[in-house]
Design a protein around this ligand. Structure first.
Ligand code: ATP
Ligand code: MG
Length: 574
């Protein structure tokens, strides 16, 4: 799973350009700075739980937190929210660190773990017990649930609510010492069982879990809850603005209650809408399910919306940062269309990717009037968007490959590519005209015969005659074999969670999300592609030499994104 690939992108490089977009959070910070709050400091944090790989939603949070720190001369911490030993693992810790760096952000010396604060968190819990604000409760989870009440009905006090401070201190100490069974006791806040906010009805702060933790080993058998931990960690680290997603809005009164009761530094929690992306799921639980049920090849499957997946697909950190900047930050929930993300990478690769010619589904073309043992070289432009990238030589000979779909025996209307009697341009080479074709027993076209016009060298006719199509091609004698993986949306529905009763999101998986083509033919230079190289295959899209599977001489490419929008325009012009 995953793997530790550090190729191609320099780690931790800096981006000096501030975001061009303001948002309501920046407005709050501006007002705080004007009002002299926090002595003019801005300090944020990104607090992942190491129970899965980071996805594009996390990228939004990372860009927001680290971006604000950058733009306000502030600081941003990376803090692992590792309070649940059951689901957390060092594999996830490592992948998260690697992905944050890959995205281009640097936490410098401020890498923290909630688990490092376990002793201090315990002391704060003791402080609350001393104040009469927390108690040990022997109710089972089931009983607690029953006594909690509903939105319309108040809860009922636990029979253990009025234990003395001494008894609570003793029991809590013995919980920590491992004297009690899992599930037999918890530490709870003593707030108000009839509070209108259910989360304020004596919420649990500590549970007994006799389970080793990936960092603290067996040192602890009681573990603090998210609500108890998060605010105190923020406070200890001197965070000024604690940015989280909207579902934590209802938790904010508890965040504030705990810090007020303890009388310690009090960061401001601000909620924003999480990113939802069309045709994919952004829940670690669901992504884990895809991995565990082997519905994808791993967390870094190029169809996954994880950063590891996007990276292996050929997305660049800058394109993802651009996307996060474009979608902005607000309080309104919405689904962002995947097309927006694709446009960010397409726009960047159009500027940077070297053009090459690769035929995905080869069809042999024989140029009948071209001498069998002649080879000539034609000049091809490496990137029309960037003349500095220069040109290269491509071999041309009697036998070539073109795409199967560029030839039709019986052309439909509007089909301007190759068909009997029709003339087309071979990019950078000559005009060719179809004079015949052969078929196998099953009726499939196996070979197309053409003649070429020697006067059209370079792809232009001196007599000014026009052709309506330009095809990409590769020389049969010089072509190198390549494997190419075409990716499509992982889910067919815009909202994969939209399911019929009785089925789940996996029923919306796109059965055609991956197509592997094993017999592609590429121009010779492609043999030297290094893992992580990115190309535009002319007319087809952008392709990335797979970091793990591509080998020198045996290239394997992942399609990053199609040319769709751009190509549609070019085809019209021809
Ligand atoms: P999940 O619910 O899928 O497990 P999570 O929110 O619990 O995700 P965390 O590791 O706790 O995952 O998230 C770390 C930070 O990233 C949190 O501050 C969280 O609010 C933020 N985050 C997670 N998902 C998104 C999203 N889709 N859009 C924006 N921010 C997100
Ligand atoms: Mg979370």
């Amino acid at each position: 799973m995953g793997g530790n690939h550090d190729f191609f992108y320099p780690l931790g490089y800096h981006m000096e350009t501030p975001s061009a977009n303001t948002n309501f959070i920046r407005e709050i910070i501006d007002a705080d700075l004007t009002g002299g709050k926090n002595d003019g400091r801005v300090h944020t944090r990104f607090p992942p739980e190491p129970n899965g790989y980071l996805h594009i939603g996390h990228a939004k949070s990372i860009c927001l937190n680290f971006g604000i720190a950058r733009d306000y001369n502030g600081l941003c911490n990376l803090r692992f929210d590792d309070t649940n030993p059951e689901t957390e693992d060092v594999e996830y810790v490592n992948s998260i660190k690697e992905n944050v760096r890959w995205l281009g952000f640097d936490w410098q010396d401020r890498l923290f773990y909630a688990s490092d604060y376990f002793p201090r968190l315990y002391d704060y819990a003791v402080q609350l017990i001393r104040k009469g604000k927390a108690y040990v409760c022997d109710q089972s989870l089931e009983e607690m649930r029953r006594c909690r009440g509903t939105i319309t009905e108040p809860g009922r006090d636990s029979p253990f609510r009025n234990r003395s401070v001494e008894e609570n201190l003793d029991l809590f100490r013995r919980m920590k010492a491992g004297e009690f069974e899992e599930g037999s006791r918890v530490l709870r806040a003593r707030i108000d069982m009839s509070h209108p906010n259910l989360l304020m009805r004596d919420p649990v702060f500590y549970r007994i879990r006799k389970q080793a933790h990936h960092r603290t080993g067996n040192a602890w058998c009681i573990y603090p809850t998210y609500d108890f931990t998060h605010c105190i960690c923020d406070s200890i680290e001197g965070i000024t603005h604690s940015l989280c997603t909207l579902e934590f809005e209802v938790h904010r009164p508890l965040y504030d209650w705990i810090l007020n009761e303890l009388g310690i530094h009090h960061p401001q929690q601000i909620e924003f809408a999480r990113l939802n992306l069309s045709h994919t799921v952004l829940s670690k639980r669901k992504l884990l399910e895809l991995v565990e049920k082997k519905l994808v090849s791993g967390w870094d499957d190029p169809r996954m919306p994880t950063l590891a997946g996007f990276r292996r697909r050929g997305y660049t950190p800058s394109s993802i940062r651009k996307f996060c900047d474009q979608i902005g930050v607000s309080k309104a929930d919405s689904i962002v269309d995947l097309v927006m993300l694709e446009n960010c990478i397409r726009e960047e690769l159009n500027r940077t990717a070297r053009r090459v010619m690769v035929v995905l589904r080869p069809l042999k073309v024989v140029i009948d009037n071209y001498p069998p043992d002649r080879t000539e070289e034609v000049d091809a432009v490496n990137n029309p968007e960037d003349p500095a990238m220069g040109t290269r030589k491509l071999p041309f000979c009697r036998e070539l490959y073109i795409e199967q779909e560029d030839f039709r025996q019986i052309p439909p209307k509007q089909f301007y590519r190759l068909s009997p009697g029709k003339e087309v341009r071979l990019r950078y080479a000559y005009f060719i005209k179809c004079v015949g074709f052969s078929k196998d027993a099953a009726g499939n076209v196996t070979e197309v015969h053409c003649t070429y016009d020697p006067a059209t060298a370079g792809g232009n006719a001196p007599d000014g005659r026009k052709v309506k199509a330009t095809l990409h091609w590769v020389s049969g004698r010089h072509a190198v074999d390549a494997r190419v993986r075409l990716y499509d949306n992982l889910f067919t529905k815009r909202d994969p969670n939209d399911v019929a009763e009785g089925s789940d999101f996996t029923s919306n998986l796109n059965p055609a999300s991956l197509e592997t083509l094993d017999a592609c033919k590429a121009e010779p230079g492609v043999a030297n592609a290094r893992p992580g190289d990115c190309f535009q295959f002319e007319r087809l899209g952008y392709f990335f030499a797979d970091p793990l599977d591509s080998l020198p001489g045996k290239p394997v490419f992942n399609r990053t994104v199609t040319l769709r929008d751009t190509w549609a325009k070019i085809e019209k012009k021809l």
